[in-house]
Each structure stands twice: as structure tokens, then as C-alpha cells.
Ligand binder design. Structure first.
Ligand code: OAD
Length: 271
């Protein structure tokens, strides 16, 4: 539930074009996608030192194809099942009403886009897209195609050669000759420059930055709230636990994003 002082702040300050959001895995928790860190998180089951690095994934293909196959199947099975929850939908309404100007997201699950939200800045890419490693040409990976791929990965997971054959089919060569790969940012990789520039531009003149469902431990995303605060924005956190930057937030609303955001919508008279 939104505390009284935050309610007053929301009612008095959520004006047209005033709000920018920075979202993380927590906003998608009620869509059935587990967060990365903490109990039950993806990184509890899969060691990020291996599964979050490009070198780790390549070495798995060579030495432990079943490990890579299980990861691909687990990851995509959750993503293709997930649908936007009331938190995603509330942000889309707030954008439509002109309150939310933009959502900067670390999520690769495409749920903001699926909710109808238009101004999404993808800091870590999108798992429903593949990208040429040389010329950056992109192709959308449709849900049915991913489903087909996961089925084939499951059947062929015990053979490195067969698995490689399946992956080559779904991550084809580009007309430039190089291969496509999943269009997400892995650890140690640079963020897409265009997305980062757009994020800074949004934060240059926003009056409120909503931090929704993110632990704020991964940089450079975690530096964005500081950047906004230095430029005068108020920081409001919506999280069911404290984040790394809770201390510097002006308002903290403890709870699930899928419940707090619809409540804010009602408060503003848009529900
Ligand atoms: P984390 O898993 O680090 O943090 C999730 C945050 O969501 C935590 O602060 C939780 O307390 C909070 N949370 C959980 N359920 C919630 C709910 N229902 N409502 C509101 N908050 C909730 O995920 P991120 O901060 O998104 O990067 O992680 C950042 C990056 O680290 C990810 O983009 C990914 C990961 O490794 C890459 O893969 C490059």
C-alpha cells in the first residue's frame, strides 16, 4: 500500500511529462519471470560467472552442451509464457495520459512493449531479437519460432554437434557473412550507445524518476538515479525490499510493483 506522504506527493507532483521510470526484473515478477538475485533468482540456479558471460556460454557449448541447452530452455520457456501484469499495464496507461514520458528498462523480456507502452529504452537489449555480430542487422524472434527452437534444443541437448546445428538454424548468418546472436547485453559487454544516450537525455530534465523493481547493483544502469538526482529529479522507489540506492531516495514505497502501480493509477484518477 502507498504510504500517506507518498500519496500526497504523487497527487501533487505527477504532472504531465514529469515522470521517467527505470525498471528492473521486479516489475516482471508477477508475470512469472523470476528476478536475477536473491532466493529463487535465476543466478541461484545458474552461476552468472558462466551463464552471464559470452565466454562462459561459448565454453559451455564446447564442454557441457546439456548445461547450455537447459539454460536456453529454462530462460525462453519462462519468457514465451509471460504476459504483461497490472504493473506493466498501469505504466502504459500513465504514458497514454501523458504522465510517464519514458521507461528505461534493464529487462529483456519485452513485456513493457507488449503492454502497449511506446517509449521504451532498452538498456540491456531484447531477448525476442537477434543481432548480427558484425553489422548489427537485427531480426525479430517470434514467439512461435522460439517455441520451435526450445523443443529442438531439448531433443538435441546431448549432442554438441546436433545442438550446434539447431542453434545455427535459429541464429543464422547475416547477408554480410557474420552470424547473428541473441540481442541482449551480457556481462562485460558495452551497453548500446543509442539507448544510453537516450536514457541520459530523458534524465537531463525529468522531475521524477521512479525506480521500479531493481536492485541497482549492475552498472551503468545503477548510476542513472545518481545522474538524475544531481540534475534535480526526485527519486521514488517501488520495491518489495530495499535496493542499493534506497538511502538516497526521496520516497520509498514498499510492495509489489503489480499492486502499487495500479494503486497510483487510481489515486491519480486514471483507473
Ligand atoms: P535483480 O534480480 O538484481 O533485482 C530485482 C529487484 O526487484 C530486487 O530489488 C527485488 O527486491 C525487487 N522485486 C522483486 N519482486 C518485486 C515485485 N513484485 N515488485 C517490486 N519489486 C520487486 O534484477 P535487476 O535489478 O533488474 O543484467 O538486475 C539488473 C541486471 O542484472 C539485469 O538486467 C541483468 C542482471 O544480471 C544483465 O543480464 C546484463
Amino acid at each position: 500500500m502507498i504510504p500517506k506522504e507518498s500519496k500526497d506527493f504523487i497527487k501533487n507532483n505527477f504532472k504531465k511529462e514529469s515522470v521517467v521510470c527505470l525498471t528492473g526484473a521486479g516489475i516482471s515478477a508477477e508475470s512469472g519471470i523470476p528476478v536475477f538475485r536473491g532466493k529463487g533468482g535465476l543466478w541461484e540456479k545458474y552461476d552468472p560467472q558462466i551463464y552471464a558471460y559470452p565466454e562462459g556460454l561459448i565454453s559451455l557449448l564446447r564442454t557441457q552442451p546439456q548445461g547450455l541447452a537447459n539454460f536456453i530452455v529454462d530462460f525462453y520457456t519462462l519468457l514465451i509464457k509471460a504476459r504483461p501484469n497490472p504493473g506493466h499495464l498501469a505504466l502504459a496507461v500513465l504514458e497514454k495520459e501523458g504522465i510517464v514520458r519514458s521507461v528505461i528498462t534493464q529487462n529483456v523480456d519485452n513485456l513493457h512493449q507488449a503492454s502497449g507502452l511506446r517509449s521504451v529504452i532498452e538498456l540491456h537489449g531484447n531477448a525476442f531479437r537477434i543481432k548480427c555480430m558484425e553489422c548489427s542487422h537485427t531480426i525479430v524472434l517470434e514467439r512461435d519460432r522460439i517455441k520451435e527452437m526450445t523443443e529442438l534444443v531439448k531433443i538435441n541437448k546431448d549432442s554438441r554437434i546436433k545442438l550446434l546445428k539447431v542453434l545455427s538454424r535459429y541464429f543464422p548468418r547475416c547477408s554480410c557473412g557474420a552470424r547473428h546472436r541473441i540481442d541482449i547485453v551480457l556481462f562485460g559487454e558495452m551497453l548500446p550507445e543509442e539507448a544510453l544516450t537516450s536514457a541520459y537525455k530523458q534524465l537531463d530534465n525529468c522531475s521524477i524518476l521512479l525506480l521500479i523493481g531493481t536492485s541497482l547493483v549492475v552498472y551503468p544502469a545503477a548510476s542513472l538515479p545518481l545522474y538524475a538526482k544531481e540534475r534535480g529529479a526526485k527519486l521514488i522507489e517501488i520495491n518489495n525490499e530495499p535496493s542499493m540506492l534506497s538511502e538516497i531516495c526521496d520516497y520509498k514505497i514498499t510492495g509489489k510493483a503489480s499492486e502499487i502501480l495500479p494503486e497510483a493509477l487510481t489515486l491519480l484518477g486514471y483507473a
